[in-house]
Design a protein around this ligand. Structure first.
Ligand code: GTP
Ligand code: SPV
Ligand code: MN
Length: 624
């Protein structure tokens, strides 16, 4: 084609000053993917990323020249970006799974009157139309970056490779923080290793901000699990554009995991050493903006406890025949964390992680060259703030967008776990589910067994947050914190979870718990102090893992801590533990009804029988 011919004569973006990585030298499968996409998107230039420092400096220079980022002189090698105000979060309504058969991608609701809420499906033909409507010449005038990336340590037994093509230098720079990119991955690709194809363009529209091109009205995030492809158009923001994250590691990842017998989950991974020296790893699935990053990096408030971070958002879990346990890796290499609420008291480890080499998105900027957001320590005397829209901040509105984020390398976390890059992952002793529940849901309870625990995950609900486009603070169903991230039919997903018990006869499954840091009193104040004090709940959980039966009480919903078995020593004011641990019967009867109705309406015949049995048993216990 004309484009290809012109590319042949044109040096790659900055390539002569770097290494000799050209499209022509790419492994043939990668090259075919690039050439096909070049024909479609018609970029002015192609740059194959090697992941080097020198290359990163060039990308940063370009971003500065475009006005996409500004330097933050208060920190080393750190920058602030302000997005188009219409491009500030994931867009769930425009996220699709495309399969031949609809029922492979999403469950069929019980009647046509019920709108499905467990993902959106698109036919392969419609997908082709959508692509042809948006991608032709979408990159014209821009450089296409070719990003070879690995989810998980390069070459690790649980790791997977992807190649993302993008016309956004912001995305290229962010992918370098969030994943492992460049030459080591190219080496794997040249050995013929299979890869996920991920195409991304920020697109074009009338009156675009030159600093943040995007096409919010036509944004689509498409997944083809049958061919391991991701196609994303119109947004440069987070989960919409950093395709290794939600698109690959969760949506495509969950379909690969199902085929191969493992689990891809929206979970943090954390190691906890108790005062007696025993170390345990746990995973926790909370919906977006419900506390994963904070728990993963917690500064334990109880003396003698040490918490170390493996990952803050995504876990890939696989049975390990040596330990007979589920082992987890964090497929990411960086954190894309919620800024508001983060400060030196709530999450000092996150604050320390982002002191250098970080990208901040949609936060406030201080006149002394730093950042500021709601909940952060007040800036010094005389320092003024510019808000995320670039206007002077006077306190009448917010300085930072509620979904504003920091992007920083995980390796900079002061409490990063020594095994965080272990290829075979870390053994998992417990899985926590949780969410924002202002009412009725106790601080912690334990599932009776695996099947019951899977039902607890299926029944998860939480207040909606700014991480997606939902309005207001409605309590939404969010099974396994995965509602926006399932790559296949949720009914099949439940069956896959249940099968972990029988799949490996000798498996030692993690215990399952549900936690809620967000219960409120009548004045609307949180009953539990949260953050570093959550170690008090983890302490109870660890004692349960050790098999201490003297600290629990059986309730219809599961085992709840016996009175006084959670250590609240030194907490002032003393939290109302009676209220925090109460299991109000009326509330739970309604809750059980709501979960059953949701699953029957939304998943209908695809709900596995054991889950319905567990709900029936719960209702029975509640009626006694
Ligand atoms: P995603 O990155 O969107 O998946 O979010 P996340 O689950 O990692 O949530 P994160 O830890 O970033 O917390 C989101 C918000 O909840 C922040 O504003 C935190 O300050 C707040 N938060 C986290 N943990 C607690 C807690 O224990 N108690 C209270 N009250 N707030 C918390
Ligand atoms: C989430 O929303 O769960 C996130 C942020 O972790 S994003 O990467 O935008 O999905
Ligand atoms: Mn998340």
């Amino acid at each position: 084609s004309v484009v290809k011919a012109s590319l042949k004569n044109k040096p790659d973006y900055a390539a002569p000053r770097l290494r000799n990585l050209s499209v022509n030298n790419l492994p043939s499968a990668v090259r075919r993917f690039v050439e096909k996409s070049v024909d479609l998107c018609a970029p002015a230039d192609v740059h194959v990323m090697d992941g080097s420092e020198a290359e990163n400096r060039l990308i940063v220079e370009k971003l500065l020249a475009d006005g996409t980022i500004v330097k933050l002189p208060k920190y080393k090698n750190s920058y602030l970006t302000r997005t188009d105000p219409k491009d500030v979060a994931r867009v769930e309504s425009r996220t699709f799974i495309s399969t031949k058969n609809k029922c492979d991608a999403i469950p069929t609701p019980a009647s046509d009157k019920i709108k499905g809420t467990l993902g959106n499906w698109m036919s392969p033909e419609e997908l082709e139309r959508v692509v042809q409507d948006r991608f032709p010449k979408s990159m014209s005038g821009r450089t296409m970056f070719v990003i070879p990336f690995s989810m998980g340590p390069v070459g690790g037994p649980m790791s997977k490779i992807g190649v993302q093509l993008t016309d956004s230098p912001y995305v290229a720079a962010s992918m370098r923080i969030m994943t492992r990119i460049g030459e080591p991955v190219l080496d794997r690709l040249s050995k013929g290793e299979d890869f996920v194809r991920a195409l991304h363009s920020v697109g074009r529209r009338q009156n675009m901000l030159p600093s943040w091109p995007c096409d919010p009205e036509r944004t689509v995030i498409l997944h083809k699990p049958e061919s391991n492809e991701i196609i994303s158009y119109g947004s440069g923001y987070g989960g919409n554009s950093l395709l290794g994250k939600k698109c690959f590691a969760l949506r495509i990842g969950s379909t690969i995991a199902r085929r191969e017998g493992w689990l891809a989950e929206h979970m943090l991974i954390v190691g906890i050493t108790s005062p007696d020296g025993a170390k345990r790893y746990i995973c926790a699935a909370f919906p977006s903006a419900c506390g994963k990053t904070n728990l993963a990096m917690m500064q334990a408030a109880l003396p003698g406890y040490k918490v170390e971070c493996v990952g803050d958002d995504i876990a890939w879990l696989k049975y390990n025949p040596k330990t007979k346990m589920l082992h987890a890796i964090n497929p990411e290499a960086g954190f894309f964390g919620v800024a508001p609420g983060t400060n030196w008291k709530t999450n000092p480890n996150a604050m320390a992680t982002m002191e250098s080499n970080s990208m901040f998105t949609n936060v406030g900027q201080t006149s002394d060259g730093g950042v500021w957001w709601e909940g952060m320590e007040p800036p010094a005397e005389g320092v003024t703030i510019t808000d995320w829209l670039g206007k002077p901040y006077d306190g009448s509105s917010v300085a930072a967008h509620p979904n504003s984020r920091f992007t920083c390398p995980a390796s900079q976390c002061p409490i990063i776990d020594p095994l965080w890059e272990a290829g075979e992952g870390v053994p998992i002793s417990a899985i926590l589910f949780g969410g924002r529940r202002p009412e009725g849901v106790p601080l912690v309870y334990e599932a009776f067994n695996w099947e019951h625990g899977v039902m607890v995950g299926a029944g998860m609900r939480s207040e909606s947050t700014a991480a997606a486009e939902h309005q207001g603070k409605q309590i939404m169903h969010d099974p396994f914190a995965m509602r926006p991230f399932f790559g296949y039919n949720f009914g099949d997903y439940l069956a896959h979870w249940l099968s972990q018990e029988s799949r490996h006869g000798d498996i030692v499954l993690p215990k399952i718990f549900h936690v809620n840091w967000f219960r409120k009193d009548e004045q609307g104040k949180f009953l539990w102090p949260g953050f570093g004090e959550n170690i008090r709940v983890l302490d109870w959980i660890l004692r349960r893992i050790d098999g201490d039966c003297s600290i629990l009480e059986s309730t219809p919903i599961g085992y709840v801590p016996k009175e006084n078995s959670i250590n609240v020593e030194g907490l002032s004011p003393t939290p109302n533990m009676k209220e925090l641990l109460s299991v109000p019967k009326k509330f739970w009867q309604r809750e059980a009804e709501a979960i059953e109705t949701y699953l029957k309406e939304q998943v209908d015949k695809d709900v596995p029988e054991p889950i319905l049995e567990q709900i029936a048993k719960l209702k029975e216990r509640l009626s006694e």
